[in-house]
Design a protein around this ligand. Sequence first.
Ligand SMILES: [Fe+2]
Length: 170
Amino acid sequence: MRACARKWGSGSPDVSKEEENLWGIVGLIHDFDYERWPTAEEHPYKGNEILKERGYSDEIRRAIMSHAEYSGVPRVTPMEKSLFACDELAGFITAVALIKPGKSLAEVDAKSVRKRMKDKAFARKVNRDDIIQGAAELGVDLDEHIAFCIEAMKSIAKELGLDGSAAKPS
Ligand SMILES: [Fe+2]
């Protein structure tokens, strides 16, 4: 989401640190209620209530609500569109990295992701249509968007545990 802010945030690529942080926070917390309330009746509604009580802005809460297709909250802003376009994709790219011999993002490219997307049995909980639709809503080519997302994740591969150290004996 930070990379998205630099690409699609206001005044990009000279987006403010505040805005980049905002996008990052939205990405970080958008599913925080999911573990406890995973059903479509509760997620992300429960989280939205909690964030409201705690004084989180409409901008943040709206973006979080809009990532759930069924909430009826439309995605309007670039931040909202980015969240949706990267959510499932980031999970899918992670899954592709984890089946590589070195378990690292360095071994992943857009082509290998596209190939895995066609394999229905692989990471089958990830909705391929959401990935395709997300890129379309942002108005970007799917392959370019996948490559962009891989590069963004590579820049924080260590934090994501996808820098290859997981495959090495400790
Ligand atoms: Fe979610």
